[in-house]
Design a protein around this ligand. Structure first.
Ligand code: LLP
Length: 423
């Protein structure tokens, strides 16, 4: 469900026409809908209404990596969400957006001592540790600061999530978490270390999950582990179940499970755990809340199908070139006729292809198109390859809209390079 709809034959974000935004800001540009973000937060909260999670209720910590724009984060902060961060930069962004430190969890295999110090200074809710050496470093940092660090271990349950290999994280050979069979040893080691407060367990098996069975299997293993840890004398007060719920991209594929089905599964599996649950949703909140708006530069004849060359490229939206991901491509002012085309960007490699042999609305040079479901892992993964400026972002709210990241001038890119004295 989203708020990008045709009005009088022209695609709008809520009440704002996309051609008006293209005219004012130029293309390519990401456009987000506040109403869609808010709706998805409400849907996710409602899905968790029946889970047992103690008096404070579940902590919903938005995975900042999915969309770190400060205005987007602030929209969620206003709805009571916290943040799952994986770097000092994300932690600072979440704080700058008004997310309280005690709603922030810090994940990631490579936290540095400096990032740990930042997390401790801010007073975050919990560090999700991914190894024993990481626990040792955090213990040292906390002790030197004279504070205690609240920690959970992220457990690698050795459950294959059934998603794209590059975003699957719960297999025993993946770099993430402490192997399930080593968990008790890791907690024992952490207990010996000064400065750590063991709070709980964490798990996250992958992203764009389209089947609940692997998550259920992972959570069941976590339930067993919580019992084992308690039997061994550890006090376990939190269980962080990660993120990962998929969203629909390709209309020809089955719709992924809805948050309500996910919530019902969680509620069933976690009954009696007697913990505060933490969730780290990313894509399911913002995926459908954004589109990448782009203009067709020209249409070039191909041997079989034409090439539609648009002004967005793989640097603006990396998902198709990285994961062969599908994004629907629709005309902003559709004429009702269709064409089969290869949709490509201007970058000088064949990987700069958004779609091959795509049956889509007919387009001509100068027409506007959108890449749908681009609100998650879109702008945040953009880069400046081919010396293209970083993609700007616009947030719509009803009939209002604002640029929430300005187009960076190419001159700023050039000025960031400095010449050494010998040239
Ligand atoms: N928690 C942890 C520890 C994670 O690593 C991730 C995503 C999430 C939560 C949020 O997952 P979500 O609910 O968004 O699925 N760039 C890729 C996705 C990478 C996901 C990385 N981790 C893509 O464009 O598909």
């Amino acid at each position: 469900m989203d708020h990008f709809n045709l009005k009088d034959g022209v695609l709008h974000a809520e009440d704002v026409s996309l051609p008006a935004i293209a005219e004012a800001v130029g293309t390519p540009v990401y456009v987000y809908s506040t109403a869609t973000i808010e709706r998805h937060v409400e849907v996710f909260k409602a899905a968790l209404a029946d889970v047992e999670s103690g008096p404070a209720g579940p902590l919903i910590a938005f995975a900042v990596k999915a969309n770190p724009n400060r205005a987007v984060l602030a929209t969620m902060a206003n709805m009571g969400l916290g943040a799952d961060v994986v770097s000092g930069g994300e932690l600072l962004r979440a704080r700058a957006a008004g997310m309280p430190a005690d709603r922030i969890v810090f994940s990631g295999v490579g936290k540095t001592a400096e990032e740990m110090r930042l997390g401790l200074t801010e007073g975050i809710f919990q560090f999700n540790l991914e190894s024993e050496p990481e626990a040792e470093m955090l213990a040292e940092v906390a002790t030197a600061m004279g504070v205690r660090a609240p920690v959970a271990f992220r457990i690698n349950p050795n459950v294959i999530a059934g998603t794209h290999a590059k975003i699957s994280t719960g297999g025993s050979e993946d770099k993430f978490g402490v192997a399930y069979d080593r968990a008790l040893a890791a907690y024992a080691r952490a207990t010996e270390l000064p400065g750590l407060d063991i709070r709980g367990v964490a798990v996250h098996i992958g992203s764009q999950l389209t089947d609940l069975a692997p998550s259920r299997a992972a959570f069941e293993k976590i339930g067993t582990l919580i019992a084992e840890l308690r039997a061994a004398g550890y006090s376990i007060a939190t269980a962080d179940l990660g993120g990962g719920l998929g969203v629909p991209y390709d209309p020809a594929k089955p719709v992924p499970p809805l948050p309500a089905a996910y919530g019902a599964m969680v509620s069933e599996v976690t009954k009696g755990w007697n913990v505060r649950l933490v969730f780290e949703p990313g894509r399911v909140i913002v995926g459908n809340a954004g589109v990448l708006l782009s203009r067709v530069i020209r249409v070039k004849q191909g041997v079989t199908d034409p090439f539609v060359i648009v002004d967005a490229a793989m640097n603006d939206l990396m998902r198709p070139s990285l994961y062969d991901a599908w994004h629907d491509i629709v005309q902003v002012s559709p004429t009702g006729t269709a064409m089969t085309a290869n949709v490509v960007g201007p970058i000088c490699e064949s990987g700069d292809t958004f779609a091959r042999k795509r049956v889509m609305d007919s387009v001509e040079p100068g027409d506007l198109v959108v890449f749908k479901t681009a609100g998650a892992y879109g702008a945040t993964m953009a880069n400046t390859y081919n010396s293209r400026a970083l993609t700007p972002e616009v947030l719509v709210n009803g009939d209002q809209w604002a640029v929430v990241r300005a187009r960076q001038p190419v001159e700023a890119l050039i000025a960031a390079d400095t010449l050494p004295p010998w040239i």
